[in-house]
Design a protein. Structure first.
Length: 338
């Protein structure tokens, strides 16, 4: 066993966090806790875990659970697919495994709702199998300790890290403690921002801490190349000083919001002369938008408008797209009402 492994275990044993599921003799309880912890903080899970086990104390009880009490016991924890999968898995265990959890990673992994992480957690904690848990927290610890560059959102770098950890967890002789130590270290010490290196058992061998480069690891995922969309936004007033607005067409995100119209899509002939005021840029989740901002002289009249357009006395009183709001804030003075 390498010294960092014994340091990790000694650290874990000296400060073990009491949790109702830790040290629980029943694999069923560990399984329930791991499913609850998938998207939820330890402190939130605590009371739910106790109540759930009181309501459904074992696999047969869970397999036979009715919808209403089951959802009630999970109410407030969210991600309800988790509890539905839990019952589905319990029914499968009753039908095919004699009502007990399989004692292999593959068997656990085959249960609904059980991924690599949860299978490794149950296998190590309940059955002492040397299978490392690797999630974002654990990846961060070892990306820093070993100066690893990979994008740990992807399966390949996670698998490579799991392969590297496997002989160490095997040599530790204490897979349950090893994995739980890594979980605690990632969640509480080697935090995304301001890791507490002075309290970390891996400090003596941590290369990022040695080089003061904790913030460089793990590397952020590469920025996606977003498609570019371009367009134009026209500032145009009528004879009464009202601003022309167009209703954004049926896009789920912006439907119903008002925006500055595209000069090529006006409901009346386009003004002969417009002048360029600048560019507006905005990044959305799925694309980058660049609008050329143009202004025209106020019209001599107030043409009637079809649906989807309006002459706005007070644009700020309407729901505006961010682009319209920002362009107006920056350029309204360029198109004085009178
Ligand atoms: S020494 Fe600091 S950066 Fe390195 S693993 Fe520990 S907490 Fe993380």
């Amino acid at each position: 066993m390498e010294p960092w492994v014994s340091d990790l275990l000694a650290w874990y044993r000296s400060r073990e966090r009491p949790m109702p599921w830790r040290g629980h003799p029943d694999p069923y309880a560990v399984w329930v806790s791991e499913i609850m912890l998938q998207q939820t903080q330890v402190e939130t899970v605590r009371p739910y875990f106790t109540r759930f086990l009181a309501a459904f104390p074992d696999i047969p009880a869970l397999a036979a659970a009715e919808d209403e009490p089951l959802l009630k016991a999970w109410e407030g924890l969210g991600y309800y697919t988790r509890v539905r999968n839990l019952r589905k898995a319990a029914q499968l265990l009753m039908a095919e495994h004699g009502g007990t959890l399989p004692r292999t990673v593959e068997g656990l992994r085959a249960l609904p709702g059980v991924g690599d992480y949860t299978a490794a957690a149950i296998a190590s904690i309940c059955f002492g199998l040397p299978v490392p848990v690797v999630d974002g927290n654990v990846a961060r610890v070892f990306a820093r300790r070993n100066l690893l560059d990979g994008d740990f959102h992807k399966p390949a770098p996670r698998r490579a890290l799991a392969d590297w950890l496997t002989p160490h967890i095997a040599a530790s002789g204490a897979p349950a403690a090893f994995n739980q130590a890594m979980m605690d270290l990632g969640a509480q010490v080697c935090t995304p921002r301001n890791p507490r290196c002075e309290d970390c058992p891996l400090r003596p061998t941590c290369q990022a801490a040695e080089q003061g480069r904790q913030a460089d690891f793990p590397a952020p995922p590469p920025a996606k190349a977003l498609p570019e969309r371009t367009g134009a936004a026209l500032l145009l007033r009528d004879a009464r000083g009202r601003l022309l607005l167009a209703k954004h067409p049926g896009d789920r995100l912006l439907a119903g919001f008002w925006e500055l119209p595209d000069p090529d899509a006006l409901p009346f002939p386009k003004p002969k002369r417009t002048r360029r005021l600048g560019l507006y840029r905005q990044t959305f989740t799925h694309f980058r938008l660049t609008l050329e901002i143009r202004a025209a002289k106020p019209l001599p009249d107030s043409p009637a408008l079809p649906e989807g357009f309006c002459w706005a006395d007070d644009p700020a009183a309407l729901p505006l797209t961010t682009a319209a709001r920002k362009i107006l804030a920056a350029h309204a003075a360029s198109t004085p009402a009178h």
